[in-house]
Design a protein around this ligand. Sequence first.
Ligand SMILES: NC(=O)c1ccc[n+]([C@@H]2O[C@H](COP(=O)([O-])OP(=O)(O)OC[C@H]3O[C@@H](n4cnc5c(N)ncnc54)[C@H](O)[C@@H]3O)[C@@H](O)[C@H]2O)c1
Length: 415
Amino acid sequence: MKKIKVGVIGCGGICKATYMNNMVNVFEVIDVVGCADLIDSRAQWMADHYGIKKMTNEEIYNDPEIQVVVNLTYPESHVEVSAAAMKHGKHVYCEKMMAPTFEEATMLMQLAKENNVVMTTAPDTFLGAWEQSARKYLDEGIVGKPITVHAQVTSHYEPESPFFDTEPKHFFFPLHYGGGFPFDLGGYYLHEMINLFGSVKRVTGFGGNINPHRTFVNPKHPKYGEPFEVNTPTTLLAALEFENGVLGTFHISSDSQMSQAFVVTGTDGTLKLGDPNMFNDKLTVTRPGAQPQTGRIRPGEAPTAAGGPKAVETDNDVQQLNEFTMSQSVDLPILHGFYESCRGVGLADMCYALLNGRRPRCHADIGYHAIEIIHGIQESCKTGKIYEMTSRCERPAPIRPSALSFTAQEATLDD
Ligand SMILES: NC(=O)c1ccc[n+]([C@@H]2O[C@H](COP(=O)([O-])OP(=O)(O)OC[C@H]3O[C@@H](n4cnc5c(N)ncnc54)[C@H](O)[C@@H]3O)[C@@H](O)[C@H]2O)c1
């Protein structure tokens, strides 16, 4: 089969955990030529383990064989690496978020146009099993007309971690410029909301960098007790208005303890979504009629169908029966492939898009729109005004359902 040759820049945590294995061993359309990293030993490890070339960034940019540069550096380096690659005529797949600021993202979008190359951006988890199934169920009206979506994720991102900035090996990007929860985890929720509902028209919000002055609190850390500054937003609470009329909340914080919720309400029911950082998760619909219907019954009347209380004699029985009737939830079957840890599926999709002359599903328009949403919320936090979005993006084409797994499911991308 025809393959697309790629060069990988950034051989850190996520490259080692999943990406390189998926690129080399899982997706047949991807042909990894070589890899590079600022820390030479990391690139060497990948080269030795996967039988690819250890290269420098410059060698990757100048290699005429390489068509796509896969940018797996930390967010502070995304702009520099993506810009250099595009100036050398390479297509780019970049991990989230594409840039720390909306201005830099705008510059990258311009560069892609000028150099006539394709840019795509992670997260690609919205191509995963539960996310694609949720889209199909919602598009087919499982909750009627969607009215609201609520996305919430909070967790502590404290520098207790022994990995926090023990230079040069560990640069803990989540609490630095370009990192932070809204960028690091927010992208997953925003990309999935865009997948489900399309472009956002306007945003408003509160919060920002609410706790900038911090101290290294891990006694084992070389800088224990020293102060440091967090220079990225860590808590945002926002309202979003989608072009299709759906109203959303986006609540994201690394300053409070663990919580996670992602739910769509509609005229006919409610769909509880999964964790958009995961490829597989549970989907639960709650709507009248999801289980055998018993109807509302008054004292003295007999139940009309199986499943209700045996005798309905008191007000308490009526209440119980009505609760039973109203709260009808069922877990839905997951209909799509890509339920294993499939990071890189967005890159594989991009490779088929290049071969088949179609639009890639992770087109940078989506990442750009997501960056503008975060930018707009921050502007609204500062000005106290509603921010009108200037960018818009297409909903990516859905993937067809597939009962297949592993390499066989890749056929659904060849469209
Ligand atoms: N860690 C995760 O669980 C995870 C999950 C999904 C996505 N991501 C995303 O993947 C990206 C990388 O995350 P990570 O956790 O692997 O970070 P990391 O810090 O472990 O790895 C990044 C690597 O990039 C290298 N690098 C930085 N600038 C470079 C440059 N200019 N040229 C060459 N190499 C350079 C660093 O030396 C480092 O080895 C981030 O955008 C992150 O948001 C991470």
